[in-house]
Design a protein around this ligand. Sequence first.
Ligand code: CA
Length: 229
Amino acid sequence: MAREHPTVLVVEDEPAQREVLAYNLKAEGFDVETAEDGDEALLLVDEVKPDIVVLDWMLPGISGIEICRRLKTRPETQAIPILMLSARSEEVDKVRGLETGADDYVVKPYSVMELMARVRNQLRRVRPAAVGERLEYQDIVLNAETHRVTRHDKPLKLGPTEFRLLTTFMEKPGRVWSREQLLDRVWGRDIYVDSRTVDVHIGRLRKALCSHGGEDPLRTVRGAGYALG
Ligand code: CA
C-alpha cells in the first residue's frame, strides 16, 4: 500500500483505550497499527516504519520509557516522533518522559481532541504534506490538499507516483534518499517493485519539473540515491 496517509503506531495494553485511539486516528485519515506490549511494539516499528508512535508509559514487560529510550538511541528510529501517554501527572515524571526523548507527553485521562491535535502537531514536523501543509522549495509549490504543483506559478503535470516522489523530496529538502527508502515511502512495503522503477519515475519527475524550463532541482548522488537540492 502506498504511504499517502501517515502511519500511527499505538502501543497500549488496555484494549478499550487501544480501540478508542485506533478508531479516532482512523477517523482522522491515518493508517493505524496497534501493539499491546513492548516486544510487539519494537517488532512493529521495524516492520511498519510508523510516522509517529503513541506510546503508553505503563505496559507489561518492557515499559514505555524503555521503548522510548531504545527508539531514540537507534539511528534508524530516532527521528520518529513519540507521544507518551501516562496516568502520572507529576511534573517530575513529565520531565523524565521528555528527558528519555519523548517528543510530547499527554496525561491520562486525556481528551481525544487534544490528543489528535498533538499527533497532527508532531506530524506537521515530519510529514507536513500528510497533514495538508503547503510545501515550497525555491520556485516549486506543492499543495497536498489539491494535489496541484506549480513551478514559477505554472502548473506541472505529474502522475500519482511522481507526485508522491516530489512530496517525499519536498518534505526533506537536501536529504539523500536511497532507492530502497523511496520504494518504502512512495510505493509501500507490500508491493514488489524493482529499484530500476525508481529511476524511471525519477526521470519522469525531472522531465515534468523542467517542462517550463528551469534547472533540474533533483540531484543524483552516486552510490547513494537522490536528493532535492
Ligand atoms: Ca497501560
